[in-house]
Write a protein that binds this ligand. Structure first.
Ligand code: NDP
Ligand SMILES: O=C1OC[C@@H](O)[C@H](O)[C@H]1O
Length: 355
């Protein structure tokens, strides 16, 4: 099959909130990429966002999805809407990049991915961590045997800014789960012999959402993963991989990492450690926060990004462009099977913690 690597890709963004604000700045700077439409619940929001970012078609969600000129729909609505928004995009045969968490559990995710597969369309769960070069480096270090045999890993993602509006597992726990999967599993997802939840506990917000969860998980090969996530308090938001001969540290923000630190055991009886080897992966220098002529009191403003390391959204967006150009229905950087397995793990933790 011949691939037109420079084919322009037209995107529609669904939702006009915080992450849409960051992603639109990325998409506008990727080569051969156009943000052709923004979909919103209200014409006012669609127009406001469209004017701010110079997007020609400011429409409803359904109009954005049904637009014949759109190649990819980026779903940037709240997580509870994602399954329905994915189904709407698929109804019109559109490729999807769906923000995390794509679905509340693996069964719903599987049904969406099955539908996408049946119509030969790309559907990517936007767990953007997976597209960072630092993540590939972590895997490479593990496979090189530099830290010996990996036995365990931990991740912590607690932040105090969302309790009560969504599930901590869906919002930040998913980043911990994906990290543990990445560092504790072999290349192939193991299907029925995947990770097993050995312990989990949670506290709930008064509205019923989990707001603080900790979990202990056994991975194949007797590896143990632990994580803590919360939307009610803070943590250092780092992750660590532990091997028989050394440790890999991924400091804040571990879910969109630009640095990996390796410390190796050098002395007899574990008494000496090397100076850490530091591997840096700077964010793409050609992606910048964009200026807009916002009509706020200050006139021209520099909006910048809402979230740490948002320039790194470029990695997943560029991969989606590549997949669409090449007619792929999944990305090898985050396969559909891996996506389903992470959500299965999240479901199992939720079930265990609710007992
Ligand atoms: N990858 C990343 O780094 C990040 C990912 N996320 C994920 O992105 C998604 C959106 O998060 P975020 O941008 O912070 O959310 P916001 O609340 O800032 O924006 C969500 C947008 O969705 C639309 N919307 C549709 N239905 C509703 C509803 N019932 N309540 C509120 N808004 C609604 C609104 O746009 P309109 O009114 O125009 O329709 C709104 O602006 C979440 O799933 C989150 O997990 C969030 C932050 C960072
Ligand atoms: O996806 C996300 O959700 C929580 C945010 O704090 C974080 O920066 C973002 O990546």
């Amino acid at each position: 099959m011949t691939t037109n690597t420079s084919r322009n890709i037209n995107w529609a963004i669904l939702g006009t909130g915080s992450i849409a604000n960051d992603m639109v700045q990325i998409l506008k700077q990727l080569p051969n990429t156009t943000v052709l439409a923004v979909g919103s619940r209200t014409p006012e929001s669609a127009n406001r966002f469209g004017q701010k970012w110079d997007i020609p078609r400011c429409v409803s969600y359904e109009e954005a999805c049904s637009d014949a000129d759109i190649d990819v729909v980026y779903i940037a609505t709240p997580s509870v809407r994602h399954p329905d928004d994915c189904k709407m995009a698929l109804k019109y045969g559109k490729a999807i990049l769906c923000e995390k968490s794509m679905a509340p559990d693996h069964l719903v995710a599987q049904s969406i991915l099955d539908k996408a597969k049946s119509i030969n369309v790309l559907c990517v769960h936007g767990v953007w961590s997976r597209f960072f070069p630092a993540m590939a480096k972590i895997r490479q270090i593990i496979q090189s045997g530099d830290i010996g045999e990996v036995r365990s890993a931990r991740a912590s993602f607690c932040q105090n800014d969302g309790a009560g509006c969504c599930s901590a597992l869906a919002e930040t726990g998913i980043y911990c789960a994906q990290f543990l999967q990445w560092v504790l599993e072999d290349d192939e997802v193991t299907g029925g012999n995947g990770p097993i939840v050995k312990g989990a506990t949670q506290t709930l917000h008064e509205n019923g959402f989990d707001e603080h969860v900790t979990a202990i998980i056994e991975f194949p090969g007797k590896k143990i993963g632990t994580f803590e996530c919360s939307l009610a308090h803070t943590s250092e938001r780092s992750a660590t991989v532990y091997g028989t001969k050394g440790v890999i540290d991924v400091c804040f923000p571990f879910w969109c990492p630009t640095q990996v630190k390796v410390t190796k055991m050098t002395g007899l009886g574990s008494q000496q450690w090397s100076e850490p080897e530091v591997h840096n992966f700077p964010l793409p220098s050609d992606i910048l926060p964009l200026m807009t002529s916002d009509t706020g009191e200050g006139g021209c403003t520099k909006p910048g990004f809402n979230f740490v390391n948002s320039q790194g959204l470029a990695y997943e967006a560029a991969e989606v462009n590549r997949c669409v150009r090449e007619g792929l229905i999944q990305t090898s950087l985050f396969s559909s099977a891996q996506c389903v397995e992470i959500l299965r793990l999240i479901s199992d933790i939720r079930e265990y913690a609710s007992k």
